[in-house]
Ligand binder design. Structure first.
Ligand SMILES: Cc1ncc(COP(=O)(O)O)c(C=O)c1O
Length: 341
């Protein structure tokens, strides 16, 4: 048995999802005539309470287009120092937007209005002009921690009062929403752009959607073209995304429950120094200083558990649609064996 916990991106489409893909009506979306892409975009705009939605190949693209909508060259975006948009998108903000980043340290990766306000640059030629706040929900590098709508609203209200725009990397937003019980629709009013991923916990093979206000849509579609993200018969992929949004949201709680059980097992192992609180589907743990990460990952791989290193002495496990209770049992047994070697 192989339990692949490297990411929630490793899932394969189920037969039901494949059926939906096969039977999707398609057209050439670069000419604007793929009905299934249009349906997905309309569905997402309604779901998130935003005017416009643009289907893109990846979450990196939706983030990069999103921040570029708000940043001019020489301007700055404030975000958590572990944000994907800053740390894991190949320096895209520098390259695509010619802008700089103010990365903030924050407990649990959760920013607040005061720390944002304290990091807005003065209107002085020595400094980049602060133009944007980018939040991530859930926060991948902080172990899947999440914002409540109340926290988001406080940040958004204060940031907008100070003249900043708001972008959300909602790659795993639905993981947050199933925990808080809040509705996606309320998110729209707090952001100028939102990226959601269909190919993570929701289980679609490809695709992310960028949501924005109507007046930003034309610029966003221009950027998508320039980034090479215009797709032709993309309705086959959009159909998988629609299926995922309609069928795979509430079950995310199962992933969270399995992640919590993994966290509990890890906390009891001698080789583990600490486990970050498990809030959603991400489990990040640190090994004791005497236990090197690379041989541990290799041993786990040889025993059917795949994980990734996630920084100094640290390993990440992510639960998902294709990780079931048998795999959970196999993983906990294997982790215990590893610790007792
Ligand atoms: C928080 C977060 N944002 C954005 C992305 C980018 O998504 P993609 O891999 O589709 O480019 C990821 C990918 O893992 C992510 O974890």
């Amino acid at each position: 048995m192989i339990a692949d916990l490297r990411s929630d991106t490793v899932t394969r489409p189920t037969p039901a999802m494949l059926d939906a893909m096969w039977s999707a009506p398609v057209g050439d979306d670069v000419f604007g005539d793929d009905p299934t892409v249009k349906e997905l975009e309309q569905f997402c705009a309604n779901l998130m309470g935003m005017d416009a939605a643009i289907f893109c190949p990846s979450g990196t693209m939706t983030n990069q287009i999103g921040v570029r909508l708000h940043l001019k060259p020489f301007e700055e975006v404030i975000c958590y120092r572990g944000s994907h948009v800053y740390l894991n998108e190949g320096g895209g903000i520098a390259g695509n937007s010619s802008a700089s980043v103010r990365p903030l340290e924050a407990a649990d990766g959760i920013l607040n209005p005061a720390m944002i306000e304290a990091n807005i640059n003065p209107d002085d030629p020595h400094y980049a002009r602060t133009a944007l706040v980018s939040l991530e929900n859930t926060v991948n590098r902080a172990g899947g921690s999440y914002y409540t709508l109340e926290q988001v609203a406080a940040i958004s209200t204060n940031s907008r009062r100070l003249g900043l725009r708001m972008h959300l990397d909602g790659a795993r937003l639905f993981n947050a929403l199933v925990e808080t019980g809040e509705s996606a629709r309320q998110y729209g009013s707090h952001f100028d752009s939102i990226s959601i991923c269909l190919s993570k916990g929701l289980g679609a093979p490809v695709g992310s959607v960028l949501l924005c206000r109507k007046e930003l849509e034309h610029a966003a579609r221009r950027s998508r073209k320039a980034f090479g993200g215009g797709m032709r018969q993309a309705g086959y992929l959009a159909a998988a995304g629609l299926f995922a949004l309609k069928n795979n949201v509430s079950r995310l709680k199962e992933d969270h429950q399995r992640a919590r059980l993994l966290g509990e097992t890890l906390a009891g192992l001698g080789i583990v120094k600490q486990v970050l609180p498990v809030r959603t589907n991400i489990v990040i743990f640190e090994l004791e200083a005497s236990v090197p990460v690379a041989p541990m990952l290799k041993w786990l791989e040889e025993h059917g558990v795949r994980a990734i290193g996630f920084g100094h002495q640290t390993i990440r496990l992510v639960t998902h649609l294709d990780f079931n209770d048998d795999m959970l049992q196999h993983t906990t047994d294997t982790l215990k064996k590893l610790s007792n070697r």
